[in-house]
Design a protein around this ligand. Structure first.
Ligand SMILES: Nc1ncnc2c1ncn2[C@@H]1O[C@H](COP(=O)(O)OP(=O)(O)O)[C@@H](O)[C@H]1O
Ligand SMILES: [Mg+2]
Length: 351
C-alpha cells in the first residue's frame, strides 16, 4: 500500500492543513507515503506507483479549483482510491450545484431560486418575492459572499451588478479581522488569532486571482432562527458538530469565530438527516451547515462542503456513531478519511 499526498508549498500552507495530518498519520502507523505535486505534467505516470491519492484542495486557490478535480478523477480512472472522490467533490464551493443535488433527493433546505437572466430575476423580485431574502454568490466561505436583501430596490441593484460587471468573490480581510476581534472572549484568544493574520493574508492574495462572479442570481428564503448555525460533520460511521453564534447585529454565523459545543443543539433528527444524506449521496466526508427554523423547529441545510476545520471539530471531545451512541473519543477527520480509504483498498484487493 502506497499513499500519495499532494502538498503544494508554493500556493498554500494553512496552519490547519490536512496534508500535514495525513503525513503524521502515515509516519505514526508506518504506512509508506510520498509527497507528490499534482501540478507536475507527468502526474498520471507518477501516480501509477501508488494506491491512494489525497488532496485537500482549497476553495481560495484558483489553480486548485481549476485542476484538482480533473486530476483526482483521472487518478481514480487509473485505479487509485482518491480523496475527495467525484461524489464528494463535484459540487464543492458551488452553492447552485449543491442546491440541485440536495433538491434531487428532497433534503431539507430553504426554498431556493436561481435565475440566469436579468429579466427573470427582476420579475421574481417584483411579483413573487417575500423580503427579506438571502442572496449568495455560488462560491466563497466565512459568510463573505452572503447578503440580506430587504426590499425590491436593493434587489434590483444586486441583480444589475450580477448581470453587468459582476461581484468580486474574494474574501474581505477587514471583515475577517473585525469578526475575529469581536468574537474574541479573552486576550489569549485574540493574540492566537493575531498570529494567524499572515495565513489570512496569504489566503486573500490567492483568492484575488479569481474573476468576478456574474450571470446568475442565487436566492434563499430567509430562515428566522435563534442566532446560531451548526456545522455537522460526517465521515463514514462518525459524526461531530460545532455551533457558531451569529455576529453581533448580523444574521450570519460562519466565519464569525464564536464557537460553542452545546450538545442540546444537535438533535437526533439532525444526526439522522446528516448520516442519511452522506450514505445516499456517497460522501466520503461532508460538512453540513444547518440553521434551525424558529417557526417550526425544522433544521434546514444552507450549504455543504467536504472541507472544514477538523481541529475545531475535535474540540467537541467525542463523536456519535451511526446507532446514535455518544463516544468519548475525539474524531480526527483527515485520519478517519485515510483509514476508510485504506480499509476499502484492502477489501478491493481481497475481492
Ligand atoms: N437562508 C438562510 N437564512 C438565514 N440565515 C442564513 C441562510 N443562509 C445562510 N445563513 C447564515 O449565513 C451564514 C453564511 O451562509 P452560508 O451559506 O453557510 O455561506 P458560507 O459559505 O459563507 O459559509 C450561515 O452561517 C448562516 O448563519
Ligand atoms: Mg457556511
Amino acid at each position: 500500500m502506497k499513499i500519495a499526498i499532494h502538498q503544494n508549498h508554493d500556493v498554500f500552507n494553512h496552519s490547519t492543513s490536512w496534508d500535514n495530518e495525513w503525513i503524521s498519520y502515515c509516519i505514526k502507523n508506518k504506512i509508506e507515503y510520498s509527497v507528490v505535486n499534482c501540478f507536475d505534467n507527468d502526474i498520471l505516470k507518477i501516480l501509477k506507483n501508488f494506491d491512494v491519492l489525497l488532496w485537500h484542495f482549497n476553495n481560495y486557490s484558483l489553480q486548485e479549483m481549476q485542476y484538482a478535480r480533473s486530476i483526482l478523477y483521472s487518478a481514480s480512472e487509473i485505479g487509485l482510491r482518491v480523496f475527495p472522490d467525484f461524489n464528494t467533490s463535484w459540487h464543492f464551493d458551488d452553492k447552485v450545484a449543491e442546491t440541485l443535488l440536495l433538491k434531487s433527493i428532497e433534503a431539507p433546505i430553504p426554498k431556493t431560486w436561481t435565475f440566469f437572466t436579468y429579466s427573470s430575476a427582476i420579475e421574481f423580485f417584483k411579483n413573487r418575492c417575500n423580503f427579506p431574502v438571502v442572496v449568495k454568490l455560488k462560491c466563497g466561505s466565512g459568510s463573505n459572499n452572503v447578503k440580506l436583501l430587504n426590499n425590491e430596490n436593493q434587489a434590483k441593484l444586486y441583480a444589475k451588478k450580477m448581470f453587468r460587471n459582476g461581484l468580486k468573490s474574494s474574501p474581505s480581510l477587514l471583515f475577517k479581522v473585525k469578526s475575529n476581534i469581536q468574537s474574541s472572549k479573552n486576550w489569549s484568544t485574540l493574540i492566537r488569532r493575531f498570529y494567524r493574520i499572515p495565513d489570512f493574508i496569504e489566503t486573500f492574495r490567492n483568492a484575488n486571482k479569481f474573476s468576478k462572479e456574474k450571470g446568475y442570481v442565487y436566492i434563499q428564503e430567509f430562515i428566522p432562527n435563534n442566532g446560531y448555525d451548526l456545522k455537522v460533520v460526517v465521515v463514514g460511521e462518525k459524526l461531530s458538530f460545532l455551533a457558531r453564534e451569529v455576529r453581533k447585529g448580523d444574521f450570519r454565523a460562519s466565519g464569525g469565530g464564536s464557537i460553542n459545543y452545546n450538545k442540546e443543539y444537535l438533535t437526533e433528527e439532525i444526526r439522522k438527516i446528516s448520516f442519511e444524506l452522506s450514505e445516499k449521496l456517497g460522501f466520503q466526508s461532508m460538512g453540513y451547515d444547518f440553521v434551525i427554523d424558529k417557526r417550526d423547529n425544522c433544521p434546514k441545510i444552507v450549504e455543504i462542503s467536504y472541507g472544514f476545520s477538523f481541529t475545531a471539530q475535535m474540540e467537541l471531545g467525542g463523536h456519535w456513531d451511526k446507532e446514535g451512541i455518544w463516544r468519548e473519543e475525539s474524531f480526527n477527520a483527515p485520519d478517519e478519511i485515510l483509514k476508510n480509504l485504506i480499509e476499502k483498498n484492502i477489501k478491493k484487493g481481497e475481492a
